[in-house]
Write a protein that binds this ligand. Structure first.
Ligand code: PGA
Length: 249
């Protein structure tokens, strides 16, 4: 089954408006059409609109890092899926472990956001991943399976969905699971998605790996059968390292 590898940059709470030159900078290093790779930049919310404009004509998608499940209302500090879509962004990262851990996001809340994002015409990237103690206790697959079931509960369209496996202990730490462990988990996630939707739908859902992806390890990770792209934090802030990773795909 053919699908374009998705190289997604999660800039987290980094950057300023001068970063609008980054899409052009990236394209100088990695021209459009150089490989079968879709590139996605997810900046902080204040630069979404400017980034969408800066990326126009460069074949680079733009995404948000979060959105709320309600369309509008008294939710100080939040941004709705429709507001994200209005900027021209195409994607939204949901349920990142930093949001689950620091902001108490539950699977049910993430499922509601996922539905809202799809309703607004966005493609959600739903993140799952176990903590270190859970892996050490041999519970990684069970935890991730429960996150998949809970975060994709309800009326979710499997045809407009990306899933990212990001072990919490690998994010920003330089630690990465073994290739075998990544392969086992991605296969497990594919199976969970087949049970949640159906085999044909599951085969078309891109499953990204995230957690300390760097130019040095990207090639081996991206070569794994059920790894359909990467979600990259630290190594995505510099365009030369992001382009290096895209070249490995
Ligand atoms: P990292 O972050 O690449 O810096 O480990 C990945 C992520 O949090 O999405």
């Amino acid at each position: 089954m053919y699908m374009k590898t998705l190289i997604a940059a999660n800039w987290k709470m980094h950057g300023d408006l001068s970063w609008v030159q980054k899409p052009a900078e990236f394209r100088k290093l990695y021209p459009a059409g150089a490989g079968q790779v879709e590139v996605l930049l997810c900046p902080p919310a204040h630069m979404l609109l400017a980034m969408v404009r800066a990326a126009r004509g460069l074949d680079i998608a733009i995404g948000a890092q979060n959105c709320h499940d309600k369309a509008s209302g008294a939710y100080t500090g939040e941004i709705s899926a429709a507001m994200v879509a209005e900027t021209g962004a195409d994607y939204v990262i949901l349920g990142h472990s930093e949001r689950r851990e620091m902001f108490g996001e539950t699977d049910a809340f993430i499922a509601a956001k996922t539905k809202a994002a799809q309703g607004a015409g966005l493609t959600p990237i739903v993140c799952v991943g176990e903590r270190r103690a859970e892996r050490e206790a041999g519970q990684a697959e069970e935890i991730v399976g429960a996150q998949i079931a809970g975060s994709l509960a309800g009326e979710i369209d499997g045809a407009n969905l990306v899933v990212a496996y990001e072990p919490v202990w690998a994010i920003g730490t330089g630690l990465v699971p073994t290739l075998e462990d990544i392969a086992i988990m991605h296969d497990h996630i594919r199976g969970c998605l087949a049970r949640r939707f159906d085999e044909a739908t599951a085969r078309k859902i891109r499953i990204l790996y995230g957690g300390s992806v760097k130019p040095a390890n990207a090639k081996d990770i991206l070569a794994l059968v059920d790894v359909n792209g990467a979600l990259i934090g630290g190594a995505s802030l510099e365009m030369d390292s992001l382009a290096d990773i895209a070249r490995q795909a």
